[in-house]
Design a binder for this molecule. Structure first.
Ligand SMILES: Nc1ncnc2c1ncn2[C@@H]1O[C@H](COP(=O)(O)OP(=O)(O)O)[C@@H](O)[C@H]1O
Ligand SMILES: [Mg+2]
Length: 421
């Protein structure tokens, strides 16, 4: 086993205490795996994980670490945790959150958490929550949310279909300053090499298996799959100039800036190969799914479900759980509306039925900022306002007037791009 030079190590070891300085480089996972392998062979099966120095935690590290902790806990290693920040506590690094036990959390705050999924139902619920949450907190260019939804579905389904285990782990995170979101999926199953070994493709080694798996039409069994999933993800990420990393067994496949590299010799757990799929999407860059997937355009069920029989889209404000009283809620609904518009290109009716009063800050955040974002003419062409009572009308009137005045006077409302905070 390769030993780390202690001065370069990402995890410093002091007896059975492991001191983490960051949770953002995949090398942390490799070092953790090596330490776990030696603990499995040693008498001392107690490890202290000290997170005192951790200032950043990314999914490609948190997801595998949490999954490994859960799995080796059942093999006799026990863990103690020092200095878990509020962020790491919420992220649930000690033990992944089970979807069925945390349905409300999954629905309302699914990002920045490590989830364990155990069924197709869990996957369905998580994906809906991820897409809804993304569309509330950031404005995504056309095709991004659909491309993401298609991709994450494929990757999570692969775990159930091919890993030989019926569970896996996933976490998503938004990086607003660079306008990216990142998702990482991990399973502790047989790995891509083993799953392809008995197929007609017969890869020579784990690295070759990864190169094969991202090719169009490569599947371990044509009766079960079509070989579109990893190929499609690769295409979508490549078109978006995002990043993709697949680590399975001892091999790693990286795609960055349209260029791919493959290398081996990654430390792996003694008892299984597993698979990590980690991808990053630039949400300020349009994705053409039909271009990425060679003409195939998946149906956008989310948009379809918003349409009536005539194909018109109506959003009923009274059904919004975040309410009509706060600036935060106005911002979420505004982001959602812009995302729906970017995906559908259709007129959107905002229905105020059963709304007696709204706060001025909500009106400003929702309507005022939409008017400045799209311009008065653009707003009128895209949005129709219905069923506003006189009180609501005057509140909206006032906030829109103020907002327009501010932008007219050279205010910096243009900088106030939705979701940028
Ligand atoms: N999590 C995984 N564990 C093991 N093997 C996997 C995993 N994900 C993908 N694979 C392997 O990669 C192949 C290609 O996957 P994919 O492109 O999604 O096609 P399909 O699922 O239609 O077979 C699968 O057939 C399987 O052999
Ligand atoms: Mg698949």
């Amino acid at each position: 086993m390769k030993k780390n030079n202690p001065s370069e190590a990402f995890i410093r070891q002091d007896g059975n205490e492991l001191i983490f300085d960051n949770l953002k480089s995949p090398k942390v996972v490799s070092e953790f795996v090596e330490i776990i392998n030696s603990s499995l062979n040693s008498y001392n099966k107690h490890l202290i994980l000290n997170f005192k120095g951790v200032t950043a935690a990314f999914p490609n590290v948190c997801v595998p670490i949490t999954g490994i902790i859960e799995n080796v806990s059942s093999r006799g290693i026990n863990f103690e945790f020092y200095y878990l920040s509020e962020y790491l506590k919420k992220l649930s690094i000690k033990q992944p959150l089970q979807v069925q036990d945390n349905r409300d959390l999954a629905k309302n705050a699914s990002l920045d958490k490590v989830w364990r999924f155990d069924s197709a139902d869990d996957i369905y619920m998580l994906i809906n929550s991820f897409v809804d949450e993304l569309s509330r907190i950031i404005v995504c260019e056309k095709g991004v949310l659909e491309g993401f939804e298609w991709s994450i579905n494929e990757v999570l389904d692969n775990v159930l279909q091919h890993s030989g285990k019926n569970f896996g782990y996933v976490m998503g995170q938004v990086h607003p300053t660079t306008k990216h979101f990142v998702f990482c999926v991990y399973d502790t199953g047989q790995g891509i090499y083993n799953s392809l070994l008995s197929s007609i493709h017969k890869p020579q080694n784990p690295a070759e298996a990864l190169k094969l798996a991202v090719k169009e039409g490569v599947t371990r069994d044509k009766k079960i799959g079509q070989g579109n999933g990893l190929w499609g993800l690769h295409q979508i990420v490549s078109e978006n100039t995002g990043k993709l990393s697949i680590i399975s067994g001892s091999a790693c496949y990286n795609l960055i800036n349209h260029k791919s590299t493959v290398f081996g010799n990654i430390p792996q757990l003694a008892y299984d190969n597993g698979c990590i799929v980690d991808f990053q999407i630039d949400y300020s860059k349009e994705i053409s799914i039909s271009k990425a997937l060679g003409g195939y355009e998946p149906v956008n069920f989310k948009i379809e479900s918003l349409e009536d029989n005539y194909g018109n889209i109506t959003i009923e404000l009274h059904s919004k759980e975040s309410g009509v009283g706060t600036r935060k809620s106005g911002e979420k609904i505004r982001n959602e509306l812009i995302n729906v518009y970017k995906q559908s290109n259709k007129i959107i009716t905002l229905d105020f039925e059963n709304i007696n009063i709204i706060s001025s800050s909500f009106a400003d955040e929702l309507i005022g900022k939409l008017v400045t974002e799209f311009g008065f003419y653009g707003f009128n062409n895209i949005f129709k306002l219905r069923n506003m009572n006189a009180n609501v009308q005057s509140i909206v009137q006032r906030s829109v007037a103020q907002r327009m005045m501010e932008s007219f006077n050279g205010g910096d409302s243009k900088k106030d791009v939705p979701g940028d905070k």
